[in-house]
Design a binder for this molecule. Structure first.
Ligand code: SAH
Ligand code: SF4
Ligand code: F3S
Length: 437
């Protein structure tokens, strides 16, 4: 039997694609193994920053050495980086035999099988950002049996000036609600307790329909799925997040009180240059509204430092905004120029050393905020859904609260997939420890 290995880089959408590819490959009669034994290594890749691509390129270099000596493994390069620079990469490395962008995954399992029977290289990339040949597979062979991702829309239409996503994932295309609901049912029938709906901008779901069916409608319909304990979604866009979503969240208790609402910058000039479509003040007003509607909400955000032309004072606006809002988690990144985007062509790029300094400063602030926030939970009680072994410690497992906080407790494999009540006994900046009650 031929063996494959699959490695996923990048965002949750790639995890979803990875789980679907794994499921499809198993159905094609392949067996899964790790990359040291595999005949084929499938790399599900990301282009969001230069670093993400460099890492994968060096991994391919490693596989290529082995391929030259042993004729294995060959590499199947899929995802955003494949779409962006897959042709170049396959010219450089012999081992790369199949290349597919994220909108052509449906062709991959068949092609991988044909290649192993002697076919030459295959390329599936399209210049049409609307073409879509999807894998029609429910991801049943997941890394996590109790939690599943479910992509509700492909691509993005917002064209933030720094971002490569619209170029590699294409235009916004919402999946039909019936398809999503059928998938949610198949997942819960298969034992899934928690579903996370995914889109680059979930709030834009349905804007390409003409029947008025929106993200709020979908959220409500999916939340009614029997045996679904928890429903999450990511990512929201401050410009498109609306009151109807808040209302549906208030009415349905299995929708988690956790919202990722990327701000990207706290300065209005920078936000305008980024093409984000809101001001810092509008963002703060939305935060106030969300907190009023959902007092126990956990807010997380994404922030970029060192966008072209960002002055010290403009960076200070971002810093102060984090201090004011006190997010639970902030995903920070130093701006990375992406070829073909508008920001990459701006002539006022910031020096890497300055970006690194700003990143350090903002990360130090946030880790202090997160620790203080977590310390306030000591003594509080939460329901957690146990979802796996703790990263460290014998006899420890981890679970998540409704607001997506990690709690470490004593437990065994038998607890996985169950919900139980815990009291928090200790806090650090990234996790909580608790005891069962
Ligand atoms: N659709 C989401 C997330 C997109 S990508 C949104 O609108 O926010 C995930 C994160 O990567 C972004 O939120 C942004 O903070 C970061 N990112 C995107 N492009 C980047 C770039 N060129 N350099 C650095 N960070 C970037
Ligand atoms: Fe990129 Fe902006 Fe779309 Fe998010 S909303 S994926 S940052 S273009
Ligand atoms: Fe990366 Fe593509 Fe996701 S660029 S962040 S894998 S949409």
């Amino acid at each position: 039997m031929h063996k494959f290995s699959i490695r996923v880089f990048g965002c949750q959408m790639n995890s979803y694609d990875g789980d679907r590819l794994r499921t499809a490959m198993l159905r094609y009669g392949w067996a899964e193994t790790d990359d040291t034994e595999a005949d084929v290594v499938i790399l599900v890749t990301c282009s969001i920053r230069a670093k993400a691509e460099q890492k994968v390129t060096s991994e391919i270099g490693r596989y290529d050495l082995s391929y030259r000596h042993k004729k294995k493994p060959y590499v199947v390069l899929v995802g955003c980086m494949a779409q962006r620079i897959g042709r170049e990469i396959s010219r450089k490395f012999q081992c790369v035999r199949v290349v597919s962008g994220p909108r052509h995954l449906g062709l991959v399992p068949q092609a991988v099988t044909e290649i192993s029977q002697g076919m030459s290289q295959r390329y599936f990339m399209d210049d049409d950002p609307r073409a879509l040949i999807d894998l029609n597979v429910v991801p049943s062979a997941r890394l996590n049996p109790f939690k599943a991702y479910l992509t509700i829309s492909y691509g993005c239409d917002r064209f933030c000036s720094y971002c490569i996503v619209p170029y590699v994932r294409g235009r916004l295309q919402s999946r039909a609600a019936e398809e999503i609901l059928a998938e949610a049912k198949a997942l819960t029938d298969g034992g899934v307790k928690e579903i996370t709906l995914l889109g680059q901008n979930v709030d834009a779901y349905g804007k390409d329909f003409s029947n008025g069916y929106s993200f709020a409608s979908l959220l409500k319909d999916v939340s009614r799925q029997e045996n679904l304990l928890r429903l999450r979604f990511a990512t929201s866009h401050p410009k498109d997040f609306d009151d109807n979503i808040l209302e549906v969240m208030q009415e349905n208790k299995n929708i988690c009180r956790a919202i990722n609402l990327p701000i990207q910058s706290g300065n209005d000039r920078v936000l305008r240059e980024m093409n984000r479509g809101y001001t810092a003040e509008q963002y703060l007003a939305l935060v106030t509204k969300i907190k009023e509607a959902l007092p126990d909400v956990s807010l997380t955000t994404d922030l970029i430092v060192g966008f072209p032309g960002e002055t010290d004072e403009e960076f200070r606006d971002s810093y102060n905004l984090l201090k004011e809002v006190r997010f639970d988690i902030v995903h920070t990144a130093a701006y990375s120029p992406r070829e073909g985007t508008r920001a990459a062509m701006m002539d006022n790029q910031i020096d890497n050393r300055i970006k690194a300094m700003r990143l350090n400063e903002i990360n130090a602030l946030q880790s202090q905020i997160a620790r203080e926030a977590n310390e306030r939970y000591v003594g509080c009680e939460f329901d957690i859904l146990a979802d796996g072994a703790a990263p460290r410690g014998e006899g420890k497992i981890q679970g998540r609260t409704m607001s997506d906080k990690v709690v470490i407790v004593d437990g065994t494999e038998n607890d996985f997939g169950n919900v139980f009540r815990v009291r928090i006994t200790r806090a650090s900046h990234w996790s909580l420890e608790g005891e069962r009650i």
